[in-house]
Write a protein that binds this ligand. Structure first.
Ligand SMILES: [Fe+2]
Length: 133
């Protein structure tokens, strides 16, 4: 399974953000691989923990860039991040408890697509703003 790909469409023009998005997609693919290969609980939980930590760190990092640059869209961007982290945690907890059921994997894939669409819209706006600074 090839998973998600970091394409040109996802580039925000900010090197740091783009690098983190690339790694984030890699972490998602690792988790999906682990689920599809039917890996044991311990190994899957490590991948789950890594993904959640990475998302949290990356979002904080983006918020820091927004604060430092006086980005006007910070409140709504941050609200999105908060909700996103919460839902990701819920989905991955369920996968950890009940295993990667079709229902949970469908939710996870849908949630990944939400992030991809956030990257191509909101993060792109942020990238453009940072580049004008
Ligand atoms: Fe973002």
């Amino acid at each position: 399974m090839s998973g998600y790909e970091f394409t040109k469409k996802l580039e925000t023009g900010n090197a740091v953000i783009d690098k983190e998005h690339r790694e984030l997609i890699e972490a998602v693919n690792k988790l999906l691989d682990a689920c599809h290969r039917g890996e044991g609980r311990a190994s899957m939980d490590t991948t789950i923990k890594f993904l959640n930590n990475y998302v949290n760190q990356h979002f904080s990092h983006e918020e820091q860039l927004q604060r430092e640059s006086g980005y006007p869209g910070i409140a709504s961007h941050r609200a999105f991040h908060d909700q996103y982290k919460k839902t990701l945690q819920e989905i991955t907890n369920a996968i950890s408890v009940s295993g990667p059921t079709i229902a949970e994997l469908t939710k996870l894939n849908k949630h990944v697509r939400v992030l991809i669409s956030h990257i191509t819209t909101e993060d792109k706006k942020l990238g453009e703003f940072l580049n004008q600074k």
